[in-house]
Write a protein that binds this ligand. Structure first.
Ligand SMILES: *Cc1c(COP(=O)(O)O)cnc(C)c1O
Length: 400
């Protein structure tokens, strides 16, 4: 029983071997325009029979680094269920990953690929979490990690990168500038790029969450998910979650695709605007705006995976919802005080998005909130939400 793995371009159907140096579809990448999402983002695909109950992955499991990524808790927030009359609400808590964010799922697979192909260095750009994640997983794997990070990234994420022993290049600019600089470096040095969407394995690695969600829901005696709320910036998590459900459908492990909700901050809503535009391809992204939101992990001017994510949203009948920063900060406290979970603002977009649309969803349907990052990663946002002075060292106001 052997499986043949390959990349497939969802736009033109060209296929490629999964090998070092291959990132985008060489035909579709030629359509790349400045200030637009990546053209030519590839899907991972396979031919052959998958072992029952397993998660099919394009890298042999023996190369996965020795660190416990994934298999995060799926749990029932009872007090929220009662308060909102939502008996089928679930939380998939990816703050429990080793570096505190969902990004570990992608780093895990990319690191396994690097080990399999004896590539010593991985380089990437990040708004913070991809960097701290790659640094953590790279440390477990014994890989050299170089990250390009906007100088304004939250301090906890920067400290994580250094703590795990990675090399940090502070970029005097935003994520988009860091993305370009890191690509220049990886092209010049031949290091493996973990840039999100650009490396197809970043999408593929994220699909594991869908398999876990379905397994855990069925094991808990629940139904397969009807709605999944996904915080969305570049749209890579969204595409990864879709990939997982596409696989599950193909393998006959779910009866129908759930409705995915791309949850965006109002100040960084390129995918939501593209979706609402009724246009497709680059035309849907022809009005890039400068992003401005407290939810730094989903703050992007040009969503790298925008074309790919938009195509999947359209194909599977997905939905979008946007929430403003005030709603995010209020929902952040609400989630913590009513469930015991402290999540960073980007993840809260999923909860705030659900709060906004929940009345349109019948109470008997199963909703999963994908909570992607720990609140401890960005204390200044929560400080603001609590109405405290950011310079305040003693929140109780008591001086020792
Ligand atoms: C990266 C990230 C997101 C958004 O993922 P995209 O693939 O950019 O849409 C959401 N939440 C957290 C915590 C993240 O780190």
């Amino acid at each position: 029983m052997s499986i043949k793995w390959f990349y497939r371009c969802p736009a033109c159907a060209a296929t490629y071997a999964i090998a070092p140096g291959r990132y985008l579809c060489e035909h579709c990448a030629k359509e790349q325009q400045p200030q637009r999402p990546l053209s030519g983002v590839l899907d991972v695909d396979w031919e052959g029979e998958v072992a029952a109950g397993s998660i099919p992955l394009p890298v042999d499991k023996k190369w996965l680094p020795p660190i416990p990524v994934g298999n995060t808790p799926l749990w029932a927030p009872r007090r929220l269920r009662d308060e909102f009359g939502a008996p089928n609400l679930w939380i998939k808590d990816d703050t429990c990953n080793p570096s505190g964010s969902f990004k570990d799922r992608a780093s895990y697979l990319v690191a396994a690929f690097a080990r399999e192909h004896r590539l010593p260095e991985i380089v990437l750009a990040s708004t913070g979490n991809a960097a701290s994640s790659m640094a953590a997983v790279g440390a477990a794997a014994g890989l050299k990690i170089k990250v390009f990070l906007p100088a304004a990234a939250p301090v906890a994420k920067r400290i994580q990168v250094l703590q795990y022993g990675a090399e940090l290049v502070a970029v005097n600019g935003n994520y988009d500038a860091a993305f370009d600089l890191s690509l220049e470096y990886s092209t010049r040095s031949g290091s493996l790029s973990r840039n999100t969407a650009y490396n197809p394995l970043t999408i593929e690695g994220k699909k594991t969450v869908s398999f876990e969600m379905v397994d855990d829901l069925l094991r808990a005696g629940g139904n397969e998910p009807d709605h999944v709320f996904v915080p969305t910036g570049d749209g890579v998590i969204l595409a990864g979650v879709y990939r997982g459900f596409e696989n599950l459908k193909r393998l006959g492990r779910i009866a129908k695709m759930p409705t995915l909700w791309a949850c965006q901050a109002e100040g960084s809503s390129a995918i939501a605007r593209a979706f609402a535009s009724n246009r497709d391809g680059n035309d849907a992204f022809s009005d890039p705006l400068r992003s401005s939101t407290i939810a730094d992990s989903i703050a992007v001017d040009v969503p790298r995976n925008g074309l790919h994510a938009l195509a999947k949203l359209r194909k599977h009948g997905g939905r979008v919802v946007t929430v403003d920063d005030q709603a995010i900060l209020a929902a952040q406290q609400k989630l913590s005080a009513s469930s015991g979970l402290f999540a960073e603002p980007s993840s809260i977009a999923a909860f705030a998005g659900w709060l906004k649309v929940r009345e349109s969803i019948p109470a008997n349907q199963t909703c999963v909130l994908l909570i992607t990052g720990s609140g401890l990663k960005d204390i200044s946002a929560a400080t603001l939400g609590l109405g405290l002075n950011p310079g305040h060292q003693q929140p109780t106001g008591e001086q020792a």
